[in-house]
Design a protein around this ligand. Structure first.
Ligand SMILES: C[S@@+](CC[C@H](N)C(=O)[O-])C[C@H]1O[C@@H](n2cnc3c(N)ncnc32)[C@H](O)[C@@H]1O
Length: 338
């Protein structure tokens, strides 16, 4: 077996099996803030260890592994950043920092450590691993919760301008982002339509957190923040956004959320669901892998367009349409059935 020949099945398998090492190496780079520190110029392992308050020999070994993965460059003395490492900067336009901090942290890592049990039982592993569901866990671990909200912001940046391009808000008074986390989805919509108002709706701990960290102040001024539980009720409006909400929940829970939107929707209103949409079995892409994240973490699942349409119809909506975007996500719109 040639360990460098990725066309060899055993080599690929070895890479897959040790994939979690890479996950934690990237997590360590985010925790040590190499991307932020190296933005100012190349540095030695000792200097980076001092800045990060970490063990210098361990930091050198970490940086050597990072160099072998193409995360940093090395000139024989000092380490330098790369475009890949730059995506771990908080101010990067497509920042992956929050994702790198939150996915390999205990809230996701411990349930994923029980993956085989999720396969056996078909049930999420958050309660056995964390003692509660993930959103309750975030309620008592503010640092991890903030990293998760930041991760949602980074991933939303990949799709927000596309959502604004395909969603016509002419004549819409107010858009409500249900479970909107950092509110990053709202900014391009508000930029595109100067008369549009917006509400960010999420759990109390999220609303109290560091929302809108990357949103310009003149846009933030147009957004109300409302704390609540979408299983109880949602604010009334004429356009609801639900991005990466329904995939968290099982069919009955999704229908409960959608019925609350249906009950509160203004005449002529719409819901817009923004999700990865499952394709044929064997199609490459994020959706089949995200589906397993839902299996381990929550009661939800990824769905096909037909499955989303079925949920919407059962919750009292019709006129269901899907618009693909130039991101991995699609926008599914619906209006109350007459
Ligand atoms: C997967 S995140 C999606 C965040 C955001 N929509 C996005 O796509 O970036 C799910 C969001 O739903 C919120 N959430 C979970 N349970 C909720 C509830 N019962 N009521 C309101 N928001 C809730 C979480 O706090 C979190 O911000």
């Amino acid at each position: 077996m040639n360990i460098n020949d990725v066309s060899e099945p055993a080599t690929r398998m070895l890479q897959m099996i040790t994939g979690y090492w890479v996950t934690q190496i990237v997590h360590g780079a985010a925790v040590a803030e190499y991307a932020e520190h190296l933005q100012k110029g190349p540095a030695t392992a000792e200097e980076l260890a001092t800045l990060a308050r970490m063990d210098p020999p361990a930091v050198f070994r970490h940086l050597r592994a990072c160099a072998s993965l193409g995360l940093v460059g090395f000139d024989g003395e000092r380490f330098a950043t790369t475009p890949l490492l730059d995506t771990l900067r908080r101010d990067h336009p497509q920042s992956m920092r929050g994702f790198a901090l939150s996915q390999p942290a205990a809230g996701h890592w411990l349930p994923w450590g029980r993956f085989a049990e999720a396969l056996r039982s078909g049930r999420p592993q958050t309660v056995p691993a964390l003692g509660s569901g993930i959103f309750e866990y975030f309620g008592r671990t503010p640092t991890e919760a903030e990293a998760f909200t930041e991760s949602m912001e980074g991933l939303t940046a990949l799709v927000a301008s596309e959502a604004a391009r395909v969603l016509d808000t002419a004549g819409v008074d107010r858009v409500v982002d249900i479970g909107g986390a950092s509110g990053a989805l709202l900014a391009p919509l508000l930029e595109a339509n100067p008369s549009l108002k917006a509400t960010l709706f999420d759990l109390q701990n999220v609303i109290d957190g560091d929302a809108f960290s990357s949103t310009p102040a003149h846009i933030v001024a147009r957004i109300d923040k409302v704390a609540g539980d979408f299983f109880v009720s949602v604010p009334s409006t004429d356009l609801y956004l639900l991005k990466w909400i329904l995939h968290d929940w099982n069919d009955e829970e999704c229908i409960a959320i959608l019925r609350n939107c249906r009950n509160a929707i203004a005449p002529g209103g719409r819901v817009a669901i923004i999700e990865l949409v499952l394709d044929e079995v064997g199609e490459p892409g994020l959706a089949p892998l995200m589906d397993l994240n839902m299996l381990v973490m929550l009661t939800g699942r990824e769905r096909s367009f037909a499955e989303y349409r079925d949920l919407l119809v059962r919750a009292g909506f019709g006129d269901v349409a899907i618009t693909p975007t130039q991101s991995p996500m699609a926008v599914i719109t619906a209006r109350p059935a007459v």
